[in-house]
Structures are given as structure tokens and as C-alpha cells.
Design a protein around this ligand. Sequence first.
Ligand code: HEC
Ligand code: HEC
Length: 401
Amino acid sequence: MKSRHRGFFLKLSVAGALLGALAGALSLAGCGGGDGVSVADTAAAPASGSWRWTLPTGFPVPAVPADNPMSEAGVDLGRHLFYDKRLSGNGTQACASCHLQDRAFTDGFAVSQGSTGQFTHRSAQHLGNVAYNPTLTWANPSLLSLEKQMEVPLFSEDPVEMGLNDSNKAQVLQRLADLPLYQQKFTAAFAGQGSPINWNNVIKAIASFQRSMITGNSKYDQFVAGKAVFTPTELRGMNLFFGEKAECFHCHGSFNFNDQVVHASTRVLELPFSNTGLFNIGGTGAFPEPNRGVFELSGLPRDMGMFRAPSLRNVEVTAPYTHDGSIETLEGMLDFYAAGGRNITSGPHAGDGRLNPLKSDLIALINLDAQEKADIVAFLKTLTDHDFLTNPKLSSPFPAP
Ligand code: HEC
Ligand code: HEC
């Protein structure tokens, strides 16, 4: 049996420091966990409607920042804001423009277009179970909360996404403050605050809404609960996925089908990032700028091409795949893994990713015949949670235009 990740591991001390930072930001106090737990948030600041998690069997209680407790009113406000184009500088774009529910909150494009026409460097991520992600985005070991992450789409200037800046921030808040809908909803969510319509509260409410995006009622979950039957191909695919031949489970083996998970009872936090051999420009091991993984932030050679393994829940509807959307289908993903990396034979990115010196040794030439690849694809499609993709509580509260 091969060792688990050979990819980038935050050293224990660093992980410890991060866990400390997380514990500071999140209430990691033991709130139980386990099967289908419902807990009311007792530390809640005044807000109308206490929150009860309705979690799938086996899902732990998510960690929630002490200064942003969950509440029905906060989630409801966040849902409105998430879908509201008034929240972008020029009024053309909402979070939901790049995060569409029927695609598990990704957008179907390799890269996305911001409100002023600029393109993002990476592919929009799905948001299913994002409450459990200890680090956010494709490759950023220091982006540790949904609240912090949100500053990127809201305020980033390169590339511009929602296009908020010092010259329009006040005006955009005024747009919200002018509406009785938001006067009422901010007051309900942040009761007792003199002027609750501010950016901190916008961010808190949207983060709460995102934490409510729990997905765990796929055919796979029903199969595990004894409520659904797998076809022979799905069954073979599952055994391959969780077996030592295909190795997928090493990096996608958590209840969330990834390898970075935080929840209310987390004591030791592992934050692996892996190089899967997508590139090896000119045989130097390089990935193309500005998509060189953790290296973009750390500048450390060992971090070249290190990315966070995404949760594979709902992966059937989140194409195209990988950080740059360069693999279009699940069949393409399986061809890539079976080959042990990607050999690019021409163009500026030419180089044999299979020989990338930093590639995880779990990504190796695996003998998967066509049937076995099809079996794994069939298994991956059992991770689709149709309730999640259509849940009215996660859909737009506004009438269709
Ligand atoms: C222009 C398209 C676009 C808009 C608008 C947008 N996003 Fe994103 N989102 C992305 C892209 C692209 C990424 C991947 C970022 C990266 O890795 O650099 C992403 C990543 C994320 C992530 C990280 C998910 C994970 O698994 O780590 C979260 C959370 C998120 N977006 C929330 C939001 C919220 C909330 C808003 C509105 C305030 C928003 N996004 C608006 C394109 C967009
Ligand atoms: C060494 C860890 C590792 C192993 C083993 C591994 N993966 Fe991955 N997987 C990743 C990483 C990291 C990414 C993101 C790569 C990127 O974007 O550059 C990823 C991406 C994916 C994606 C794309 C998801 C998306 O939303 O874009 C799929 C599908 C996938 N893996 C399936 C599998 C399957 C099936 C196997 C087994 C054959 C497997 N993985 C084995 C780490 C791994």
C-alpha cells in the first residue's frame, strides 16, 4: 500500500498554527456530531429564528465562526443577497451569476467572466458542503473562512468580479438601504444593531447562506443507508474508487469526497495540496502562470502545481474540470488519471506532466480498461444529489425576469 499524500503537506506546526487561527475564527467547541444531528445555535447573538441543522446521516456539525452564528433570518437575508445583482458595482452580476444551483453552484465555464468583462484565472467552484472546507479556493492555504474569501469576488480589482471599490461601495449599500425588503431583513438578521446595513453584515449573511448549502442525499448516500440499489457498473466503480488500484479515495475519500475537512469537533487539521501532473512545461516541472497552485502565494519551489482536491459530490454537473477547466468530461478525467498525468505535446505549455517531479506518487499509470473507467464514471454519477440541485431554500427568492 502506498503512503497517503506525497503532495504538499503543511508541516504539523504550521497546521497547528492554522488550526489555532481557525479555532480563533470558528467555534471549534465540541457540539457533538454524528448522525443526522440537529443543534440549535445557543451562542447566537440576537437574531430572529434560531437555526437547526438538518444534516445527512454521518455528517458532522459544521464549524461556525463565533462572531457569525447561524440563524434563519441571517440565512434568508444571505440568500437574497447571493442572488441580487444590485450587489455588483454596475448592477449586472450577483454571486449566483457564476454559481448556479442546477450546476451545484458552478457555472459550466472553464473560467468565468466578471461584471466588467474580465475573466477569472480559474474555474468557478461548486459550493456544495462548502461549510466543511478549511481552506477556500483552488490553492490558498491561508484563506480560512467564507467571510474572508468573499472579499475576493466582492472587492477584487484584478480580475474584477463584482466590481466593488471605494468609489461605489457606499452607493451599492444605499441601493440596498433604499429597499423596504432589505430594511426589514437586515433588522431581522442583526436585531439590536443601530444601522445593520453594512458590508460586514452583508458578508456575514451570505456566508451563513453558503453554510446552509449542504448536499448529502445522492444515490450513493441512499445506497449506504440501504435505501437504493447500485447497478453492477456502479458497484464495480465504487470498489475501484475505494480500492488500491485506482487510488482515488486517498485524496477524495472523506464523507465529502475530498481530503480537507473541518467541522465543529475537529481536533487535528490536515491541509494537503497535491500536484496531479497536469503540466510540466519544458520538463522543468512548471505550471503556467498565474495558475501555479500554492506556489503563486508561497513562492516555494515545492509548492509548484499543488492544488486542493475538490469535493466530488455532484461532480456530474460541475464540468469542465480541474482548476483551469481544461478537462471537459468525466471520461477525460479518467483517461488523465489512468495515464498518470497529462502529456502536452505542442504549444507554449508543452511538456510531459506524467514526469512532473512534484507529482504525487498516487497518480501513477494505472491499468484501467475501458470498462473500468466507465464503471468509475458511473459511480461518480451516483454522487449527484437532485434534491440539492432543486432545493427551493437554495434557489433564487426573486421572481424570474
Ligand atoms: C465572476 C464570477 C464569480 C462571481 C461573480 C463570484 N464567484 Fe465565487 N468563485 C469564482 C471563481 C473563479 C472561483 C475560484 C477562485 C480561485 O480559485 O481563484 C470561486 C470560488 C468561490 C468560493 C470557494 C469555494 C471553495 O470550495 O473553496 C466561494 C465560497 C465563492 N466563490 C463564493 C462566492 C460568493 C459568496 C460570491 C458573491 C459575493 C461569488 N463567489 C461571486 C467565480 C465567481
Ligand atoms: C494525489 C491526490 C489525488 C488522487 C489520488 C486523485 N485525485 Fe482527483 N483531484 C486531485 C486534485 C488535487 C484535483 C484538482 C487538480 C487541479 O485542479 O489542478 C483533483 C480533481 C479531480 C476531479 C475534477 C473535479 C473538479 O471539480 O474539477 C475529478 C473528477 C477527480 N479528481 C476524480 C478522481 C478520481 C476518479 C481519482 C481516481 C482515479 C482521483 N481523482 C484521484 C487529487 C487527487
